[in-house]
Ligand binder design. Sequence first.
Ligand code: 3PG
Ligand code: MG
Length: 395
Amino acid sequence: MPVVGKKTVDDIDLNGKRILMRVDFNVPMSSLDNSISDDSRIRAALPTIEYLRDHACRVMLCSHMGRPEGEVSPDLRLKPVRERLSELLGAEVVDGRGPAGKVPGLVMDGLQPAEVALLENLRFNKREEMNDPGFARKLASLADIYVNDAFGTAHRAHASTDGVAKHLPSVAGFLMARELEMLGSCLESPNKPVIAVIGGAKVSDKISVLSHLAKKVDTVLIGGGMVAAFLAASGHMDSDPGEFVEIEAARSLLNDSPAEILIPNDVVWSEEFAASAKPLITGVAQLTSGSLVLDIGPATVALYSEVISQAKTVIWNGPMGVFEWPEFAIGTTAIAKAIAANSDSVSVVGGGSTAEVVGSLGLRDQITHVSTGGGASLEFLEGKVLPGVAALTDA
Ligand code: 3PG
Ligand code: MG
């Protein structure tokens, strides 16, 4: 097991023990029939669940889904997740019911070794997000050992990710450990050159990650809507006074970054923000402040792909354009393929929409690590301490 500075499931004796395991089963659901549209997060937790079953543990899983804010919301029940997990394990996952009542304790008492139960959505109770000490104690009372495999929720200090760990020996699961190892090693001990590919709509959303990565990597490739602010900051495009803050953020990065920052030399743009907008390709010198940058252009794709092909480590977070619209998905698709094609490199994709892109292009197997964390992977790449990791027992 890789060293993450925290104890992991294989560092302690958990034979036959009662386990409370936090997972992130906040999976995307199809609004048409309330079915799971991507079960990657469930699959990603299987190695730890199977390990616990192999060690005759009785396992109570717990997760949130969505943001019901303390109210019971029928669409956000975990029943579909429980059924999917039962299929994947080939064993029925017992309904542990709402965490606050008497039922979970009785369910745990009734489990046989290697049996698994799942509590109802933790966020149906407002005390979860409040990190309420009583709620944390209640969760802890169910088990002898707490396992956290919910990397995707590690940036939240909630009762099930933080408070509970005050009461039990608390260890990372295999997914949590792999996430920390992969994201950590590409920042702290990467093979060089290390390239970060960062997209996104706004500089202000990505300023923290850009500032942190600029100290860690050799080259940053910029894409997405925030390209406009970088073009204005570098004098390639008129400054829109309404975007002053964005442009100043881009300017300070361009001026102060220890890493080389590459910005597009051509873009796909339009005058309106719509899927049906006519895509126009132009060199950046011809842009005016009314132009909406919707993708990187073909010359930039060629340049970025060449830089990526030379990399030994690639970190990618954020699409290069409006990937949801086919006319503006070309840059993102090409960059995803360039990263996948460089089989000499370690490639790590921050989760959220970037992971969706990789999945929808069928490129997951060609990427070294696709994170299950969206906000969590971003905060990790910003250099922040994740409360759900900090709470675990030190190795
Ligand atoms: C996520 O999908 O980002 C995690 O499950 C955390 O969810 P949250 O952003 O609602 O806390
Ligand atoms: Mg989120």
